[in-house]
Design a protein around this ligand. Structure first.
Ligand SMILES: Cc1cc2nc3c(=O)[nH]c(=O)nc-3n(C[C@H](O)[C@H](O)[C@H](O)COP(=O)(O)OP(=O)(O)OC[C@H]3O[C@@H](n4cnc5c(N)ncnc54)[C@H](O)[C@@H]3O)c2cc1C
Length: 481
């Protein structure tokens, strides 16, 4: 599909700033269409927030924070497929929940048609009483019959809606909160109904496999770095890591060039900005930002912290691949060493995640470590007997955008006021929460603008999983309400 030789040297050039999932997605599509792509990334490895660092003690790539995906993330799956690494995601057809007393509850699929596919396991869900389950079922039925795109739902908080549907405190604590807070990275009070409804419809109710949880079998940087380098190189493109863009120079309504930290100047026919929203203010001239509400809104997007930690122990630890923890500070535990296929006799590495980690942002590190270890030992008996060999903590104060009521008014389209600059990033208008899927979609949407302006066809983004079973009928009806 891509040009080579003379025709390639005549191809239009694109400069992509930022080698996270959004920048990679845009680069891959544009390189496929024959553009000369130069991807600039300030860090040594690609993947952005979904990346890894080399830990000096263990001497290997360790994720900044454990990531997961779901089968409903069709554009991320498409991107990983193009890069040849989709088989490095291990999809499980169960979601496990662990109580501090060690009791487990599982959501799993069944032969029943969507949206009933998880019903048998939900009825057996041990962490919830019959009353909790009746309330949840009633709320899910209401969600099924609701159009999440109505402006009303964008303004209302999901916590208030749960109160209006008479959910029990246990249902909120052990069902709604664990699922939504980790998927949306925000407290229920600050999640809009639009986001919550969308998540349940798309991630759980529409398709029987949508909720299948995907865990990488390799470090995140290995999913994205070498595969992207190879992919772009094979199509005449290039990646420059450890290359920081200092400024984007603008002339009239167009980008003239970008200036790198070392003073080098680069220009191209098209520019894709794929940096995080709070970085754009440092790159664009002040007068450009002041001249258009498009940029001013971007800089107002509220961001929410996430905390991730990895604990290495000296022995095998019995723990599921991934488990949501109920009623503790820790929200998810991942058996990292098992998921990466390591020999259990060499010890175990457990990764933990706390979303919307506001209370832990300034907590002293050793104190935090003892709280996290206390939680791990309460959930996994082997931890209490094991020796801690090493641990790392990563706090992301500005991890993802807050899906708060009113947020959609701040998220910009990928087409910017500058005629040769498109903007990608999971914080742009994608219809999705702040996830790798949102980032992949934004990159595809940004690339589509360039392709269309150049008169080239583009069938991206990839459609959602089809609605199946009863969901096909129930969710089609929802657009009328
Ligand atoms: C702790 C944490 C946990 C998460 N967990 C999940 C999860 O489980 N599942 C999920 O789907 N999503 C998760 N997310 C969200 C997901 O990681 C992001 O939504 C997604 O990776 C964003 O991709 P992006 O390309 O839009 O932005 P980024 O990943 O932020 O990419 C921007 C890139 O631009 C580079 N850059 C910035 N400035 C410059 C410059 N001046 N010059 C050159 N390069 C520059 C940055 O280094 C970075 O690589 C998590 C996020 C965090 C932080």
């Amino acid at each position: 599909m891509h040009d080579s030789g003379d025709s390639h040297s005549r191809a239009k050039s694109v400069l992509v700033i930022g080698g996270g999932v959004a920048g990679i997605a845009a680069s891959v599509v544009l390189a496929d269409a024959g553009f000369r792509v130069l991807l600039l990334e300030k860090r040594p490895l690609l993947g952005g927030r979904a990346s890894s660092f080399v830990d000096p003690i263990v001497g290997e790539r360790v994720d900044e924070c454990q990531h997961g995906t779901m089968r409903c993330c069709t554009n991320l799956a498409d991107l990983l497929e193009r890069l040849g690494v989709h088989q490095q995601i291990d999809y499980c057809d169960t979601l496990e929940f662990l109580e501090p007393n060690g009791r487990r509850s599982v959501l799993r699929g069944s032969p029943l048609p969507a949206p009933l596919h998880t019903l048998p396991s939900f009825l057996r869900f041990r962490a919830l009483s019959l009353r909790d389950k009746l309330g949840i079922s009633y709320a899910l039925l209401k969600i099924l019959g609701t159009n999440p795109h109505r402006p009303l739902w964008e303004q209302q908080s999901f916590a208030a809606w749960l109160t209006s549907t008479h959910q029990t405190p246990t249902a909120i604590r052990r069902f709604w909160r664990p699922i939504l807070v980790s998927a949306c990275n925000e407290e229920l009070e600050r999640i809009s109904c639009a986001h919550a409804f969308f998540l349940f419809q798309t991630g759980f109710l529409a398709h029987p496999k949508a909720f299948h949880f995907g865990i990488p079998k390799v470090p995140l940087a290995s999913l994205y770095t070498e595969p992207t380098l190879d992919y772009l190189r094979q199509r005449g493109g290039c990646v420059r890591t450890k290359t920081t863009v200092k400024s984007i120079e603008v002339e009239g309504q167009r980008v003239k060039e970008v200036v790198l930290a070392d003073g080098e100047r680069l220009c191209a026919d098209w520019y894709v900005s794929a940096v995080q929203c709070d970085q754009l203010g440092h790159l664009l001239p002040r007068d450009v930002i002041d001249s258009d509400t498009y940029w001013q809104k971007v800089l107002q997007i509220p961001l929410v912290p996430i905390l991730g930690a990895h604990f290495w122990f000296d022995r095998p630890i019995a723990c599921p691949k991934a488990v949501a923890v109920l009623d503790r500070r820790i929200e998810w535990i991942f058996h990292r060493s098992h998921n990466l296929g390591k020999d259990p006799q060499e010890g175990s590495c457990l990764s933990i995640v706390i979303s919307a980690s506001y209370p832990y942002e300034t907590m002293e590190k050793e104190h935090l470590k003892s709280l996290l270890l206390e939680d791990l030992a309460a959930c996994l008996p082997d931890v209490a007997k094991a020796q801690l060999v090493h641990w790392t903590l990563v706090r992301w104060p500005k991890a993802t955008l807050s899906p708060a009521p009113g947020i959609e008014a701040l998220r910009p389209p990928q087409k910017s006021p500058l005629s040769n600059l498109v903007v990608a990033g999971e914080w742009t208008q994608t219809g999705w929460p702040s996830t790798m899927e949102g980032a992949a979609r934004s990159g595809y949407l940004a690339a589509r603008i360039i392709l269309n302006q150049e008169g080239l066809p583009c069938s991206l983004p990839v459609p959602d999983l089809p609605k199946t079973g009863l969901a096909r009928w129930l969710l089609r009806e929802r657009t009328k309400r």
